[in-house]
Every structure is written in C-alpha cells, then in structure tokens.
Design a binder for this molecule. Structure first.
Ligand code: ZN
Length: 174
C-alpha cells in the first residue's frame, strides 16, 4: 500500500488526511439543530490549533483531523498506521477513549490522564475541548438540559486545567 506518511509534500499529506477523515465520518452528524456534518468538528479542531495555537507541526494537525476516527468510526489503529505512519497512529490512540468503559469512567480517566499525555496530545485535547465547549449554547444541543451543559463545562475545564498545568512546565512545545 502507498504510504502517505512518507509523502514529502505537507499539503498533499494534509489533504489526504482530510479526505480519509471525511470518508470515515461521512454518515455522521453533530448534535446541533441543523445536524452539521461531523467532519466539520475535526476540521475545526485542526484549524483552531493552526490559527490560535500557531501549530505548524504536521503530525499534530493530522492527528487533530483524525482524532475521533478510532473512537467514533470503524477505523482501526492499523489502518491509520498503514495510511499515515506510526507517529500519527500513536498520537490518535493517545487521545482516544477506551469505549469498553462506562461513560462516566471514560470522563474521569480523561482528567486523570491529561497530565501524562505527550505535549502534542495535550494540544489536541485542548483544541477539542475549545471546539466542543464553544458549540454549547443556550439552544444547542437541543436535547441537553441546562444541568447537563453546566456539567459538561465543568468537566471540560478540569481536563483543560490538567493538560495546561503540566504544559506550563514544558519549556518547548515540540
Ligand atoms: Zn472531538
């Protein structure tokens, strides 16, 4: 199989990553009122990392685009490795929850594991939380009661805080 991870052109690699993620998420929708295509979310996370975080590191941006593929689609870690190489596969796995665990346990583990993640994975986690929190408004997701929204904000803050605290002690990002 052609290994895109070995392609020299970063733009080509990024476009191939977008195409792969778009195909994998093609039948999924977000929980907002207009049922936005799911792929908008990973694109937004990568764009936030680039625009706000100033991240230019290609594997980080690729893993941001792919961050929900193992968790929410039929993508296997091996498939990611075949297409994008070991570095990207490991990074996506780092930010993937163990879906065999109950939801509350997965949420607890995200807070617990945040300080132990690699710097790249922390940055992706932060981008993910920024995007998820900014999607929660008084009217959306429509089926969420206010209490659930407040609990989500609370939890996202804990994950972000745990990631940021340990990032501060790192002098260089990459
Ligand atoms: Zn996400």
């Amino acid at each position: 199989m052609l290994s895109l991870g070995k392609t020299k052109e970063p733009v080509a690699v990024l476009l191939a990553t977008l195409k792969f993620a778009a195909a994998k998420h093609s039948r999924q929708r977000r929980k907002d009122l207009v049922a936005t295509p799911y792929i908008n979310h990973p694109i937004e996370v990568a764009e936030v990392l680039s625009r706000i975080g100033g991240i230019t590191d290609l594997p980080t941006l690729q893993a941001a685009i792919l961050h929900d593929t193992i968790e929410d689609t039929d993508t296997s870690p091996q498939e990611l490795e075949d297409h994008f190489g070991q570095e990207v596969r490991l990074l996506v796995q780092e930010v993937t929850d163990d879906k065999s665990l109950p939801k509350q346990e997965r949420k607890r583990l995200q807070v617990e594991h945040a300080p132990t993640l690699s710097t790249r994975a922390k940055v992706i986690k932060l981008g993910d939380k920024i995007c998820n929190v900014s999607e929660i408004t008084p009217t959306e997701p429509a089926e969420w009661p206010l209490q659930r929204k407040l609990e989500y904000f609370d939890w996202a803050e804990k994950v972000a805080e745990a990631a940021i605290q340990s990032l501060k002690s790192t002098s260089t990002l990459f």
